[in-house]
Design a protein around this ligand. Structure first.
Ligand code: FAD
Length: 312
């Protein structure tokens, strides 16, 4: 079976940055890019907050730049998807969608996390045209505009509060008759004059010519007093959680209750020696391209140290 020193799963900012650092340390890393080469940023047009691009950059361009930088330092990029990982002993054995297998002394997991959507066809239709799952990323584009945030937990309340600092009005669309968020977060929401909470409300569609101009809502769905109406908005933000892509590692690596990989303190070390986690897959808090890249950098530095210490 093929033997590798360093294998990186995932080709988002974390994976490519890990490859750049590992490549420059002489490790000849191999990246398996998975079903979404370039990761989440390939779904967006404008990235305004990645350092080094004063005029902003197209998400696909940014990822192509990172890919080329990784290639420049000897990274091999393979277009395959990992279907099984055996981390019970080193070298670790990974199996891919074409049934090929490799063994590796070190593994960097950078498989990201996917935002949850409601499942409406309109979310797909208007993605990047008013639909977003990241207030930190896209809030800036809605200054002095009207937006809606979907969700009733801590994240939704946080996103609504953040957006209220930019937008002229924020509707928080909550399915239940109450918020699930902590008392402190709820207090912040209720104290904010720009936020209006729409309890017992479901979104059934979006409308607009070239982008989102409003949402079709239903109040008290299925109840006797059910009522549908249209709410004019410029932006529709989902804040109903993320699914970290960690299914492969269940029972092998420590995770939190949602499935985010747990790492040791500020490091990318998992509970299995030689396995490191970088980017959104291990970050329920920040989920940004730059934080993912930073974790990729840390993971590659750790890999180099690990290989040296173990004379591998
Ligand atoms: P990801 O980018 O999620 O990449 C994960 C990679 O893992 C993919 O290549 C995937 O194919 C691969 N993979 C998954 N499973 C497997 C497997 N089993 N085998 C092999 N490979 C696998 N952040 C910002 O900082 N600024 C922005 O403006 C911004 N805008 C955004 C807009 C949108 C629409 C979205 C969705 C996100 C945005 N973000 C933004 C967030 C940013 O994209 C993420 O924080 C970042 O991409 C996380 O990087 P990552 O490397 O951890 O994972």
């Amino acid at each position: 079976m093929e033997q590798l020193q360093t294998l990186i799963l995932g080709s988002g900012p974390a994976g490519y940055t890990a490859a750049i650092y590992a490549g420059r340390s002489g490790l000849s890393p191999v990246i398996y890019e998975g079903l979404q080469p370039g990761g989440q940023l390939t779904q967006t047009t404008e990235v305004d907050n990645f350092p080094g691009y004063p005029e902003g950059v197209d998400g696909n361009q940014l990822m192509a730049d990172l890919r080329n930088q990784a290639l420049r330092f000897g990274t091999e990029i393979r277009n395959k998807y990992c279907v099984k990982a055996d981390l019970s002993k080193r070298p670790f054995t990974l199996t891919f969608d074409d049934e090929s297998q490799v063994q590796t002394q070190t593994l960097i997991i950078a498989t990201g996390a996917s935002a949850k959507y409601l499942g409406l066809p309109d979310e797909e239709k208007y993605r990047g045209l008013g639909v977003s799952a990241c207030a930190t990323c896209d809030g800036f584009f809605y200054r002095k505009k009207v937006v809606a945030v979907v969700g009733g937990g801590d994240t939704a309340c946080e996103e609504a509060t953040y957006l209220a600092g930019l937008a002229s009005k924020v509707y928080l669309i909550v399915r239940k008759p109450f918020l699930r968020a902590s008392k402190a977060m709820q207090d912040r929401v209720f104290a904010n004059e720009k936020i209006e909470v729409l309890f017992e409300t479901n979104t059934i569609g979006l409308y607009g010519e070239d982008g989102v101009e409003g949402a079709h809502l239903v109040y008290r769905k299925g109840e006797a007093d059910e009522r549908t109406y249209d709410l004019p908005i410029d932006g529709f933000f989902l804040a109903i959680g993320h699914n970290p892509n960690t299914e492969l590692f269940k029972g092998q690596l420590e995770m939190d209750e949602v499935g985010y990989l747990k790492t040791e303190g500020q490091t990318p070390r998992t509970n299995v020696e030689g396995v490191f986690a970088a980017g959104d897959v291990a970050d329920p808090l920040y989920r940004q391209a730059i934080t993912a890249a930073a974790m990729g950098c840390k993971a590659a530095i750790e890999v180099k140290q690990f290989l040296d210490e173990n004379s591998l």
